[in-house]
Design a protein around this ligand. Structure first.
Ligand code: ZN
Ligand code: ZN
Ligand code: ZN
Length: 400
């Protein structure tokens, strides 16, 4: 019995050993074998106008039945994404890749990664100003200026359509009814810097100094004026006005001091920071969610405006290092409707009484003979954000 077992092992062991060596050598050979084909002529060409990259290659020897994997990753970043292409080309757009970054692009036939070839490419994205081939500037995380410089932003805003990425010349803010309608729907907000010598600007400056109270010192110098172009908010105001009846359907201009947290004077475009009051209001209007519910409010929880430019100047100055030498103020078009006038503080108010649309806090009464004990300056409180349209941003040089 033992004898036959020994004999059996003796016979099978060399066979198994031989088979094992044969298997291992074959496996090795398979792994070492160079692929019979290679990716050649891999090129990645960036189109600076839209920040896309066209990747092309060829297979040697050719095989029309092969398809390909394309992987791309930002230089120095481990994450990588793959796509499948059935042709010998692939278009990477800004959905896939972030502009102003170096990417490593790798292509291989779907059945053999060892045949891969790779290339690095800098993804540029040119300034939107037609003909300018300088790169756009990066602002905050994943947010880009549309221009290379404030100079090009200003020039563009003055003579081109403000719909994003449209480069059609236009005397109005939008090139066509179609772009205006789209801008209304999508809430497009553009800033146009005004020429300080223009009639529009001079009118604003004149009004500003007229509404400045001399007790507050000298009238500060207005250094920059931006017009806020926001068709959605304009339409919202127009709709609101259409519901008011004469003589309460007029529009008045008021001042509103608020914080700016960005470098607007370095970009001439609104930012996307959530705490930047000026840009948030310019883009989305006044937000009822943001009414400060904890602090004391003279006439309850509404939006506060001043007919005096000096009153709004008391609000905090800009805090960004580019803009901290300025005060920022919004000039808003408001449809106050029928105003309910109050001469004394009343923080418990929830809104205007029935039949009225806003509250007007008046500091004086009887042709100025009687002076309010609570208020030094007049204030308008609006409870419906649809009645307000931010129209201009004023940058004022600090007079202190
Ligand atoms: Zn440019
Ligand atoms: Zn357009
Ligand atoms: Zn901002």
């Amino acid at each position: 019995m033992w004898k036959s077992l020994e004999l059996f092992l003796l016979c099978t062991f060399p066979v198994l050993l031989f088979w094992f060596i044969f298997y291992c050598s074959r496996r090795n050979a398979q792994q070492n074998r160079k692929p019979s084909y290679r990716i050649e002529n891999l090129s990645a060409v960036c189109n600076g106008n839209d920040g896309s990259v066209k990747v092309t290659w060829s297979l040697n020897p050719p095989d029309i039945l092969t398809n390909y994997f394309i992987s791309y990753r930002k230089q120095f970043e481990p994450t990588s994404c793959s796509r499948l292409s059935l042709l010998q080309s692939y278009q990477l757009t800004r959905e896939h890749i972030e502009p102003l970054n170096v990417y490593e692009i790798k292509v291989w036939p779907s059945n053999c990664e060892a045949a891969a070839s790779s290339v690095t490419v800098y993804i540029d994205w040119y300034c939107q100003f037609p003909g300018c081939e300088r790169s756009r500037r990066k602002r905050e995380e994943k947010s880009y200026s549309a221009f290379c410089s404030p100079k090009h932003a200003a020039k563009f805003g003055a003579s081109y359509c403000l719909y994003p990425e449209c480069t059609v010349k236009s005397h109005d803010n939008f090139c066509s009814e179609r772009h205006l309608e789209k801008a209304k729907r999508e809430g497009v907000c553009g800033l146009v810097i005004l020429d300080n010598a223009s009639g529009q600007c001079e009118k604003l400056m004149k009004k500003f100094s007229k509404n400045w109270c001399s007790k507050k010192g000298n009238v500060p110098k207005i250094s920059h004026v931006f017009e806020i172009v926001n068709p959605k908010l304009q339409q919202r105001l127009d709709n609101y006005i259409s519901k008011l009846s004469w003589p309460y359907n007029g529009v008045e201009q008021y001042y509103h001091g608020t914080q700016i947290k960005c470098d607007m004077l370095d970009y001439y475009e609104p930012c996307s920071k959530s705490n930047c009051g000026v840009c948030g209001i310019s883009k989305r209007g006044f937000d009822p969610q943001r009414i400060n519910s904890t602090s004391w409010q003279r006439f309850g929880k509404g939006f506060y405006f001043a007919p005096n430019s000096s009153k709004s100047y008391d609000y905090p100055r800009a805090t960004h290092n580019v803009t901290d030498k300025y005060h920022c103020m919004l000039v808003c078009d408001i449809a106050p409707g029928c105003k309910y006038t109050l001469y004394k503080d009343d923080p418990s108010i929830q809104g205007p009484p029935k039949g009225y649309h806003s509250i007007y806090g008046s500091s004086r009464w009887l042709w100025g003979l009687w002076k309010s004990p609570d208020m030094n300056y007049d204030e308008l409180v609006v409870f419906d954000s649809e009645a307000i349209r931010p129209h201009y941003i004023l940058f004022l040089e600090n007079n202190s």
